[in-house]
Design a binder for this molecule. Structure first.
Ligand SMILES: NC(=O)c1ccc[n+]([C@@H]2O[C@H](COP(=O)([O-])OP(=O)(O)OC[C@H]3O[C@@H](n4cnc5c(N)ncnc54)[C@H](O)[C@@H]3O)[C@@H](O)[C@H]2O)c1
Ligand SMILES: C[N+](C)(C)CC=O
Length: 490
């Protein structure tokens, strides 16, 4: 493997201070793909000190936005140049199909290009002043030292949503990828070095959440934490970040409804519902795991889903005909199994799946069959909690009002979909759905120009789009009196 397999701190590739290491496992066959350093609090503190020094006394924050934008666009070019290698690494690490990983790499290059291009488009704003002979301007400045923590399901994609806007706006940063899928993030740090990101500006520490992640959240030299991951971890980080009132961006989980009306284009809605939930074996924050189907087409719709699911090809992400890879780890599969058991116990009907595949070729991987539950009600664990596996629940509705009520009956509010050919009805539902993204006749689409994030307990703040860049800025008002006079009060 042509990869440094080290941490990157203050412009140097280094092992962990403790010399501890971690084996990275291929979820398709449990083979060891790589051995990487396992950093801890002391590595994290070194990276924070480097980022602090680079922000306070380095030149990055005061280079022109045009120059920073050029560096960020160069990273996009390098990602495109090394797309095949990156996609290969991502599939080895996560088990996702290599075709999907190539798509991720295109998206990632697109994110760097987008932020590179808009980096110098914000020249501040002059606002009206109530004082004659004065100017009043509003400018955006970098926040400072940013801690960035990412999950295992979209390792480099989620990292790109944080790295690109942080760099474009002149921040310095410490990135902590998930300890189980760090490979493409290591590679992109090589590319950032090649693109000319100065020493100390972008630092990479590898290790667990309890050590590296907790240090980033607790350390008072960190000004902002941007976290993508589970709700339980998000709450811990929020609490820790209060130590110095860090700015906080949280991208958490989802339990995303997909409402299907009887007047929809049936075959398209079936296809999109399947894609919405089973892509990447359901390990997607915005997976449409909660299908809400109009009563009159319910049985036909479920039958069509079941027939299609039975045909899914599970296998290696490197086989061209594979449609669904394994889950990420043995632990994660055990959690999905428990989740399905809870569904059965609570009275949901298992229409298909609900177990591991029997195919001898899949026995070394963490595979789980695509699973459909019917007869579901909102009080069930499988309807309320995020399972993060290939499991969909189906509920019925008979009126538009009921469909929206069901869709909103959740602590989450990340994303949701509506399938109907009645555009007015779709717009009415979209207006009422309490989610950061609503798709109409589409599911699971995201792109750099549109903001991404959650209502309710799905998070705080937004990534992507202009808002995703504003997260990394402080707003300053500068007032200047051009003709000062005494006030004569005292
Ligand atoms: N909203 C989004 O855009 C989005 C995108 C991708 C994934 N997710 C969510 O991510 C979750 C799956 O990812 P996961 O299992 O890696 O999540 P996780 O919360 O277990 O871990 C995420 C990251 O946090 C770190 N971490 C763990 N404990 C920590 C602590 N105490 N302090 C600081 N950092 C800590 C982990 O090491 C990892 O890097 C799902 O809930 C999914 O919905 C959300
Ligand atoms: C945000 N997204 C959809 C790319 C990945 C969620 O897990």
């Amino acid at each position: 493997m042509d990869l440094k397999l080290q941490q990157y701190i203050n412009g140097k590739w280094v092992d962990a201070n403790s010399e501890n290491t971690r084996e990275i496992i291929n979820p398709f066959n449990q083979e060891v793909i790589a051995t990487v350093p396992e950093g801890d609090e002391s590595d994290t503190r070194a990276a924070i000190a480097a980022a602090r020094e680079a922000f306070d006394n380095g030149e990055w924050a005061s280079t022109t936005a045009t120059e920073r934008g050029a560096v960020v666009r160069e990273i996009a070019e390098l990602i495109e140049r090394d797309k095949q290698e990156l996609a290969h690494l991502e599939s080895l690490d996560t088990g996702k199909t290599v075709e999907e990983s190539r798509g991720d790499m295109d998206d990632i290059a697109g994110v760097f290009r987008y932020y590179g291009e808009i980096a110098d488009k914000d020249g501040g704003e002059l606002v009206d002043s109530p004082v004659s002979n004065s100017t009043s301007k509003v400018v955006h400045e970098p926040v400072g030292v940013c801690g960035q923590i990412t999950p295992w399901n979209y390792p480099l994609l989620q990292a790109s949503w944080k790295l690109a806007p942080a760099l474009a706006t002149g921040n310095t940063l410490i990135m902590k990828p998930s300890e189980i899928t760090p490979l493409t993030t290591i590679k992109v740090f090589e590319l950032m070095e090649e693109a000319g990101v100065p020493a100390g500006v972008a630092n990479l520490v590898l290790g667990t959440g309890d050590t590296v992640g907790a240090e980033l959240s607790n350390n008072t030299d960190v000004d902002l934490i941007s976290f993508t991951g589970g709700i339980v971890t998000g709450k811990k980080i929020m609490q820790a970040a209060s130590v110095n009132v860090k700015k906080l961006a949280l991208e958490l989980g989802g339990k995303n409804p997909n409402i299907v009306f009887a007047d929809t284009d049936f075959e398209i809605a079936v296809d999109q519902a399947l894609n919405g939930v089973f892509f990447h074996a359901g390990q997607i924050c915005s997976a449409g795991t909660r299908l809400i189907v109009e009563e009159s087409i319910h049985d036909e719709f479920v039958n069509a889903l079941v027939e299609r699911v039975k045909q899914f090809k599970l296998g290696s992400g490197f086989d061209e005909d594979t449609q669904m890879g394994p889950l990420i780890s043995a632990d994660h599969r055990a959690k999905v199994e428990k989740y399905v058991e809870a569904g059965i116990k609570e009275g949901a009907t298992l229409a298909v799946g609900g177990k591991r595949p029997e195919d001898p070729e899949l026995q070394n991987g963490f595979f789980y069959l695509p699973t459909i539950f019917t007869d579901c009600t909102t009080d069930m664990t499988v309807v309320q909690e995020e399972g993060f596996g290939p499991v969909i629940t189906v509920e019925k509705f008979s009126t538009e009002k009921e469909a929206v009520k069901l869709a909103n009956d959740s602590i989450y509010g990340l994303a949701g979909g509506v399938f109907t050919n009645d555009i007015a009805k779709a717009e009415r539902c979209a207006a009422k759905m309490r989610m950061g993204t609503v798709w109409i006749n589409e599911f699971n689409l995201y792109f750099p120009h549109a903001p991404w994030g959650g209502f309710k307990q799905s998070g705080i703040g937004r990534e992507l789009g202009r808002l995703g860049m504003e997260e990394y800025t402080e707003t300053k008002h500068i007032f200047q009196n051009l003709k000062p006079e005494p006030i004569n009060w005292f």
